[in-house]
Design a protein around this ligand. Structure first.
Ligand SMILES: Cc1cc2nc3c(=O)[nH]c(=O)nc-3n(C[C@H](O)[C@H](O)[C@H](O)COP(=O)(O)O)c2cc1C
Length: 239
């Protein structure tokens, strides 16, 4: 398929053919494509939970409010944000940088800049305290500096959550387009009980469910009518 055909093919389908399973390698490849999505500072604060265990699947369908897109799905994938894992990701980057430093020298400008970015700026952006004081400090600092020059406005929990969800949603789209390229349909879902989904997957408090994606060969009546979009001039604004 051409890229345009893949985009046109990807439509949310809510009724998947029970007789058409998805080869495992198609899902594996789509998951790999998901991990290649652009993401904020390459922190990769996400996880992709492919739920195959029948018992867990049943519970997940229930937690997805028994939606048809979940109930009839051949495969279910949950996109999860993990901003709580920022320390591990910083360490991962630090190890890579130190390895590169062995090759090109620790004093190389690129090494120094990357070290500052991942060992100072990332902790500054993701660190939190129970009272929200750090968030307030970041907001105040960027407000003051922002009076004089453009500045990235680091804030508190809300902004961190938006950041990780943006990246996770891009990964979800990569996943769905990859499935579409193999002629399988998907349906992204936000209609679920997040607390229950987290419990089923054994996730900690700070992890969040971005989307649950039902996958399979979509049936014709699984499309809810024609694809409708607003007129382009209403949403595409040229400046
Ligand atoms: C974040 C998000 C959440 C969604 N949640 C649901 C859902 O819970 N149930 C459902 O049937 N469709 C859900 N959808 C699918 C949308 O209804 C669908 O994408 C939209 O109507 C446009 O249709 P299309 O995907 O066929 O282009 C969701 C889509 C997104 C992006």
């Amino acid at each position: 398929m051409t890229f345009d055909q893949i985009i046109q093919f990807r439509r949310s389908n809510r009724k998947f053919d029970p007789n058409q399973p998805i080869p495992a390698d198609v899902v594996e490849k789509a998951l790999e494509h998901a991990t290649l999505a652009p993401n904020s500072s390459n922190m990769q604060l996400w996880e992709f939970h492919w739920v195959r265990d029948e018992e867990k699947k049943k519970k997940l369908i229930h937690a997805c409010l028994n939606q048809s897109a979940a109930k009839t799905a051949q495969e279910l994938v949950v996109i999860v944000t993990r901003r709580d894992k920022w320390r591990q990701r910083v360490q991962w980057h630090k190890n890579l940088i130190l390895k590169d430093a062995e090759r090109i020298g620790r004093d190389a400008k690129s090494i120094r800049m990357r070290l500052v970015y991942y060992t100072k700026l990332m902790p500054f952006s993701y660190m939190n305290d129970g009272l929200g004081i750090l968030g307030l400090y970041r907001r105040l600092l960027s407000f003051c500096i922002g009076l004089f020059r453009p500045i990235y406005r680091a804030e508190g929990h809300t902004q961190q959550r938006i950041t990780v969800h943006k990246s996770a949603a891009l990964a979800a789209e990569n996943f769905m387009l990859s499935m579409a390229s193999e002629e399988f349909h998907t349906c992204p879902m936000e209609g679920f009980d997040a607390n229950r989904v987290k419990k089923i997957l054994g996730l900690p408090l700070r992890a969040e469910i971005n989307m649950v994606i039902g996958c399979g060969k979509g049936e014709e009546h699984g499309f809810w009518g024609p694809r409708r979009r607003l007129p382009a001039e209403e949403v595409i604004i040229k400046h």
